[in-house]
Design a protein around this ligand. Structure first.
Ligand code: CUA
Length: 371
């Protein structure tokens, strides 16, 4: 057979080519649809977008984006445009037999495309570094809140201005508007209490500030501030265990007077005297069913220090959501939760205590009085 044309492998027929083009078209459509889905519902709460800042900290960070993004787009368009232009303009003709000229190195070009990106980066660094320094400085007269990340909820601790004691709450971080709030954040994991053991969490409420990792054994500061009263949704942004995705929280910004009233109400102990009927039975079950081994209720009689493994429940019913912000605080949701916590929130550390329905109903009746 020497000298004759070698047999060619049969290439794809017109049918296969059409199928391949069709598949590529569908894949492109799917990618565009996925990307477009990311743009949805920005105006409806909960808004979780750093591009809609609601306070000075987030706004300063967003202004950096306003500088960096157009520069990045310009670089992208220029570079990709040059590539596409070169591909089309210098495409070899189909019948060209000789390989193109081979070029090795071009000192002038290489210096140019090293210096231009360096200048762009240096230009971007000026406002970026300035913002970092401004935001690293401690604010004047901030409200200080201690934030403890636990598996899987956020605990918030305030100083009670009236008594100097500590007010505990969870999942709902109340702040006054137009006041810098200095969060001192730490992580407690499975080994609870004041043990520095834990896992890394990350605190992120996009409309108020960039994310800050919460690292075991360290106290990490973060300043947030809201201009207007409103609710700003946040979540844990660092994988911290099975229920990481269920570690949500809401920042509730209020006028100073409303905030003061809220804090004063939160500082009040719960009623533990004169309870009747199902509520009294629920209060009793709180101890006998061992809820008390993990949860504190201020005003509830307890020997020694109250346990703080799970969220403080003193004003549970005043919070819109519970269990790491996953469920609305309704009697039905509470009952379903107590009946089987890991069943309704995968990875939840609260065990199924195998309580009977009457006990659960009594507990729910009691918990719903804790406003
Ligand atoms: Cu906590 Cu992820």
């Amino acid at each position: 057979m020497r000298g004759s044309t070698p047999a060619r492998r049969p290439g794809p027929g017109p049918r296969q080519r059409r199928t391949a083009r069709g598949l590529a078209g569908w894949a492109l459509l799917a990618i565009i649809a996925l990307l477009a889905a990311g743009c949805g519902a920005l105006d409806e709460p909960p808004v979780q977008s750093a591009l809609e800042p609601a306070g000075p900290v987030a706004r300063a960070q967003d202004q950096l984006w306003d500088i960096v993004f157009p520069v990045a787009v310009a670089v992208f368009v220029l570079v990709q445009g040059a590539i596409i232009f070169a591909m089309i303009r210098y495409r070899a003709p189909r019948d060209e037999a000789t390989p193109p000229n081979q070029i090795e190195g071009n000192t002038r070009l290489e210096i140019l495309w090293t210096i231009i990106p360096a200048l762009i980066l240096a230009g971007i660094a000026v406002p970026t570094v300035r913002t970092i320094f401004v935001q690293a400085a401690a604010p004047e007269a901030p409200l200080e809140v201690r934030v403890v990340a636990k598996q899987y909820f956020w605990e918030f601790q305030y100083e009670d201005p009236a008594s100097g004691g500590t007010v505990f709450t969870a999942t709902e971080l109340h702040i006054p508007t137009e006041t810098p709030v200095l969060l001192s954040m730490e992580s407690h994991g499975l080994a609870q209490g004041e043990d520095p053991n834990g896992v890394i969490h990350s605190f992120w409420v996009p409309q108020l500030a960039g994310k800050q990792d919460v690292v075991p054994g360290h106290i990490r500061p973060l300043v947030i501030e809201a201009d207007e009263p409103g609710e700003y949704s946040g979540q844990c942004l660092e994988f911290c265990g099975l229920s990481h995705a269920n570690m949500l929280f809401t920042v509730v910004a209020q006028d100073q007077a409303d905030f003061d009233a809220w804090l004063a109400a939160q500082a009040e102990p719960a009623d533990s005297e004169g309870l009747e009927g199902q509520v009294a039975a629920g209060a009793e079950a709180f101890a006998t069913a061992q809820c008390i081994a993990c949860h504190a209720i201020d005003g509830y009689p307890v020997e020694g220090d109250p346990a703080r493994v799970g969220p403080d429940l003193t004003h549970l019913a005043s919070r819109q959501r519970f269990a790491g912000g996953v469920f609305e605080t309704t009697p039905e949701n509470l009952a379903a939760w107590i009946a089987d916590p890991p069943g309704v929130k995968p990875g939840a550390q609260m065990p199924d205590l195998e309580l009977d329905d009457d006990t659960i109903d009594a507990l729910v009746a009691y918990l719903m009085t804790l406003e």
